[in-house]
Design a protein around this ligand. Structure first.
Ligand SMILES: *Cc1c(COP(=O)(O)O)cnc(C)c1O
Length: 353
């Protein structure tokens, strides 16, 4: 509860959602078995459904998106070779070195505007078969939507061009699609087509879709069979996890199209803050459910965060001058309205403090 006794408006992340009564009902009634034996019907159904959704042969239910990314990348990149990606990519910023430690993979990064992929620039960096003295590039990683880029939606034409160019060079593509659902809602590109852009795809059920736990890795039957071994090796072999898969299946059925509402709420928040000072955020750049705000000084950012906390609104610091606000399933019309009303007042005070 906030100081005024009203519920907290928690905008730190879209991972904060709690299962709804409908989702809990699906979890309670799930038929389960031991998934290490391949006998959990809910997990088997989830894996088959997600594989089919993206037009791939197979899929693997994973406890987290980080594990799913590690399993996907290591299946594409031999030890000692590299995957190239954006310098703000989740795989290099937020997975704590696991691609190096587990996959023995090195990375090289390109710089971008808010995480937007430029196919030609990415392809120009690739060095397949680099010979005995340089690191060979085995794969390219893309992220859609781009988290630290501010929820940026990748341009479908760039993804098409990247895929064609990578294929011509004999390179694989990994798609970190933790929030690919949000991208789909914006672009209208079908999941089948998104599936055609990459060899391995990781999607999260626990972000905007609202499931408590779980990600899914999608790829060929051969790669998924190997990833299943590596998941067990890393301690990710789960038993009656069908209760979690049931939440994921429920989320896929009910919570994809409604992401448009989260995007509208984010847009309203951005417009409200830009109305105070246009340097805080450009609403045109807010494409999905993430509002990245930039403050003139670390002190102003701190004052904004403190003002929010005092008003029962929680926001996330992601740099000394950058504060992130993320809308999600648990931010309903009323809570979003409170944010839109109160944030400009707090921002004004923070800028003049
Ligand atoms: C959240 C996220 C992941 C996975 O995170 P986990 O917390 O490990 O589930 C991967 N990539 C991106 C872009 C993300 O936002």
């Amino acid at each position: 509860m906030s100081p005024a006794g009203s519920p907290v408006v928690d905008l730190r992340s879209d991972t904060l959602t709690r299962p709804t009564p409908g989702m809990l009902e699906a979890m309670v009634t799930a038929e389960v078995g031991d998934d290490v034996y391949g006998e959990d019907p809910e997990i088997n159904a989830l894996e088959a459904e997600v594989a089919a959704l993206f037009g791939h042969e197979a899929a693997l239910f994973c406890p987290t998106g980080s594990m799913s990314n590690v399993l996907g990348v290591r299946s594409l990149v031999p030890a000692g070779q590299e995957i190239i990606c954006d310098s703000l990519a989740h795989i290099v910023r937020a997975e704590l070195g696991s691609h190096a430690m587990v996959g023995q993979v090195t990375t090289r990064t390109w710089s971008s505007e808010r995480g937007a992929v430029e196919a030609d620039a990415a392809l120009a960096m690739a060095v397949p078969d680099a010979g005995p003295y340089f690191v060979s590039t085995a794969a390219i990683a893309i992220e859609d939507t781009h988290n630290f880029g501010g929820g940026t939606v990748q341009a479908p034409d760039e993804l098409r061009r990247l895929r064609a160019g990578a294929q011509a060079l004999g390179l694989s593509v990994h798609l970190d699609g933790a929030r690919l659902w949000n991208a789909h809602v914006v672009t209208g590109v079908s999941f089948q087509e998104y599936g055609s852009f990459a060899d391995t795809i990781s999607v999260c059920l626990s972000k905007g879709l609202g499931a408590p736990v779980g990600s899914v890795l999608v790829s060929s039957a051969e790669r998924i069979a190997e990833a299943r071994i590596w998941r067990k090796r890393l301690g990710g072999g789960m038993r009656q996890a069908g209760v979690l898969a049931a939440a994921g299946r429920y989320a896929l059925k009910h919570n994809i199209e409604r992401l448009a509402t989260d995007h509208q709420h984010a847009q309203s928040i951005a417009v409200a803050l830009a109305g105070v000072d246009s340097s805080i955020v450009e609403p045109e750049l807010v494409q999905t459910n993430i509002v990245a705000t930039t403050w003139p000084s670390a002190a102003a950012a701190k004052a904004f965060i403190a003002g929010c906390t005092a008003a029962g609104i929680r926001v996330g610091a992601v740099g000394s001058r950058v504060v992130r606000l993320v809308t999600h399933l648990d931010i309903d019309e009323a809570l979003a309205g409170r944010a839109v009303d109160e944030l400009p007042v707090i921002a004004k005070q923070a800028l003049t403090a």
